[in-house]
Design a protein. Structure first.
Length: 165
């Protein structure tokens, strides 16, 4: 009986496979939104103020960072928790595929979130005259919380890896 339950629990990891596949639809939505922003930018680019152009570009960078985060979670999560990806041996295979364990993935996700938050905070600072000071303070506090969390996770991961050796 115990063996059957353990096998069922182990097989249940495949429930995650459609979730990771579903993230590809999130990538599609992100790609559509990215090119929608580019499409809106093109006709106004010559009449646009430099600061407004920088804000649009920061938004595009933000979308690209989120896309990278989705790819990382989708591929690494599938490989770590469901099954190895058997990709043909061509030169198209990502170097990091199969090298990110759950701890490394967690740290990369935290670093990506900090990068995304940094871009958002930079956009806020570019628009500083339109934002209330109390809101600005909260943006900085939230960003610093992300930074502190990422640092703490990296530090704890480093400490636990050293203890494991």
């Amino acid at each position: 009986m115990e063996r059957i339950i353990e096998n069922m629990i182990y097989a249940s990891r495949w429930i995650m496979a459609p979730i990771y596949f579903g993230l590809s639809f999130a990538m599609l939505a992100l790609g559509i939104k990215f090119f929608q922003e580019v499409f809106h930018l093109v006709p106004t680019i010559l009449s646009m103020k430099e600061a407004d152009l920088v804000l649009v570009i920061l938004s595009l960078i933000d979308l690209a960072l989120v896309g990278g985060l989705i790819i990382m979670v989708m591929f690494s999560g599938y490989e770590n928790f469901v099954s190895r990806l058997d990709i043909d041996g061509g030169g198209d295979k990502l170097d990091w595929l199969g090298k990110l364990d759950a701890g490394s993935l967690k740290n990369k996700v935290a670093a990506s979130i900090v990068a995304i938050s940094s871009i958002h905070l930079l956009k806020v600072f570019m628009n500083v005259e339109k934002i209330d000071n109390s809101k600005m303070l909260w943006y900085v506090i939230i960003h610093m919380t992300f930074v502190a969390s990422a640092f703490a996770m990296g530090y704890l991961d480093n400490v636990t890896r050293k203890k494991g050796h």
